[in-house]
Design a protein around this ligand. Structure first.
Ligand code: AMP
Length: 398
């Protein structure tokens, strides 16, 4: 039996999943796992289909190995493990941050495509080079192995220009400083479930999808296509997140430069690492920890998260020209009854109402609105790896 390897490589972590072929609808991955702490204390965990740990080990690299060298070692350790399990790979699918303006769909990676993807590195310097590194290593080790790139940005390329353009000098817009949007594989997966969960009419109507995990964004869909999204040029815009600010007055950043002597690196830390739920609570970026805490700061962090999410929905409703359904997904969206409930309260003026009992049901795609709610509300667990596997099999006719 042949299999697919799905890779999501970051700078310090590499997540993977293995799917058997032929790929069926919502087939679970037969193996999954991750390599964390690359560059510091690299840990490799692999699990089987039932979540049983098959391997838990430390990857040791010689003293003084560069980050790039350690990333390479992480991938080769994974490939060695794959071979040791007698997994026969037919292809590899990659999560890649940026497809720029050019790629509005997944693509088979050729040398020409790779050149384009390298040209997008300035648009996503923290992710794109790390996403591409496994592509080079795999091409060297298995020159005939087909590889596919699925982009976080691709789903949003249907946005009208008003959703894409910033009010900045045209010259900079033409350089590519536009609102790309992210979490595309998740929205792609959810969009394909909408008719099943909401029915044909509502599924094709004005739907706002809230992908809320450590990173969080929303997308407004009409006829299952994106018309607006909360993330922009980078994944810092939009919702308040685990450690990211989301929307913020750029004047705050100028203030930090003027009054605190912040450098570009300091600003990057401020925007991406020190803010959001962590910054407001002073306790944690983890929603579970905050919901379990009694401190005023933790409660305020959760409230601000919900309030800003509801405000974002109000804004997206202009782009979708109404709201037929609201869909929650991602670690917080799928699991936090409180967050769903509070956002619903803040949207009560739309006639949206959720059912307390249905809101408690976990683990499956289902509607949680009351019978008399004017807006349907659903929880749909996302499955980005399966989505990448699906595109990989489709493009390669596997
Ligand atoms: P993700 O990045 O999609 O894995 O989501 C991670 C976020 O989901 C973290 O903030 C977790 O605290 C949150 N999360 C996971 N499970 C729960 C839960 N049962 N209740 C509240 N938040 C949760």
């Amino acid at each position: 039996m042949k299999s697919l390897l799905i890779i999501n490589a970051g700078s310090s972590s590499l997540k993977f999943a293995v799917f058997n072929l032929p790929l069926t609808k919502d087939a679970p991955s037969v193996y999954r796992g991750q390599i964390d702490g690359i560059g510091a204390n690299t840990q490799f965990v692999a699990k089987d289909i039932d979540g049983k740990v098959l391997l838990e080990t430390t990857i040791k690299s010689p003293e003084g190995t560069s980050l790039e060298g350690q990333q390479q070692l992480a991938l080769t350790s994974l490939l060695d493990w794959v071979e040791s399990q007698k997994i026969e790979l037919a292809a590899v699918g990659h999560r890649v941050l940026h497809g720029g303006k050019k790629y509005s769909a997944p693509v088979v990676i050729t040398p020409e495509v790779l050149k384009d993807l390298e040209a997008f590195i300035p648009l996503g310097p923290l992710h794109q080079p790390h996403n591409l590194r496994p592509v080079y290593i795999l091409a060297k080790k298995y020159p005939n192995m087909p590889q596919v790139a699925c982009f976080d940005t691709a789903f949003h390329r249907t946005q009208p220009w008003q959703s894409e353009v910033y009010p900045i000098p045209r010259k900079i817009t033409e350089e590519g400083v536009i609102r790309y949007g992210f979490h595309g594989s998740s929205y792609d997966y959810i969009a394909r479930q909408l008719e099943d969960v909401l029915g044909k009419q509502v599924g094709n109507g004005a739907v706002i999808v809230a992908h809320m995990g450590n990173g969080a964004s929303m997308a407004g869909l009409v006829e299952k296509k994106c018309v607006a999204t909360s993330m922009g040029f980078t994944a810092a815009e939009g919702l308040m997140m685990g450690t990211r600010t989301g929307n913020i007055d750029p004047g705050v950043l100028l203030y930090m430069v003027d009054q605190h002597g912040y450098s570009a690196a300091d600003l990057s830390r401020f925007i991406y690492k020190e803010s959001g739920l962590l910054g407001v609570s002073g306790l944690s970026q983890d929603m579970r920890t905050l919901e379990a805490s009694d401190t005023k700061e933790a409660k305020e962090a959760v409230e601000l998260f919900c309030y800003r999410a509801a405000r974002q929905i109000g804004s997206l409703m202009v782009a979708t020209a109404g709201l037929d359904a609201l869909v929650f997904t991602g670690g917080i969206g799928e699991n936090s009854q409180h967050v769903r409930n509070r956002i619903a309260e803040l949207l009560a003026w739309t006639g949206l109402k959720i059912d307390g009992e249905l809101n408690k049901v976990r683990g499956k795609a289902h509607c949680i609105n009351t019978a008399d709610s004017k807006v349907k509300v659903a929880v749909i667990p996302t499955n980005e790896e399966w989505m990448i596997a699906f595109h990989t099999t489709s493009l390669l006719a596997l």
